[in-house]
Design a protein around this ligand. Structure first.
Ligand code: GTP
Ligand code: MG
Length: 136
């Protein structure tokens, strides 16, 4: 079946939402095929977010993502890439639809939209690349 990389970002881990997020992934019927807690270093994050290098939110994003442990998940299922992005909701937690992880649980802290609890790969190519980085 298709695979994707899901990250519970540092805000999700710090707020004790890992269980709730994993519950939603499993409740949807996806399989958690692998899982690890990672304290990501700059090198890993720079590789993961290479597409955003040079954007104004890049540095704060890397800072934030290295501020605490993240939970990396290898999830499997029919159309799981698209399906998880739908479960996660849109990037900005304030306007993400209710019923989604970001819409129900994400908060705008007034600074930025980067503390949006989760990451999910956005294509089969990204999924392959990102799984290789986080589950090397
Ligand atoms: P991911 O699943 O984390 O990749 O989220 P996404 O695909 O919805 O967003 P995108 O890949 O465009 O950006 C990656 C991450 O950078 C987002 O999840 C946010 O944490 C952050 N980000 C994206 N756009 C902005 C922005 O305009 N401002 C700020 N502060 N952060 C942003
Ligand atoms: Mg993205």
């Amino acid at each position: 079946a298709e695979e994707t990389l899901i990250l519970v970002k540092p805000d999700g881990v710090a707020r004790g939402l890992t269980g709730e997020i994993l519950r939603r992934i499993e409740a949807k019927g996806y399989t958690i095929a692998d899982l690890r807690m990672v304290r990501a270093d700059r090198e890993l994050l720079a590789a993961h977010y290479a597409e955003h290098e040079g954007k104004p939110f890049y540095e704060p994003l890397i800072e934030f993502m290295s501020s605490g442990p993240v939970v990396a998940v290898r999830a499997q299922g029919e159309r799981v890439i698209e399906g998880f992005r739908s479960l996660a909701g849109t990037t900005d937690p304030t306007t993400a639809a209710p019923g989604t992880i970001r819409g129900d649980l994400g908060r705008d802290w007034g600074l930025n939209v980067q503390q949006n609890l989760v990451h999910g790969s956005d294509s089969t190519l990204s999924a392959e690349r990102e799984l290789g980085l986080w589950f090397a």
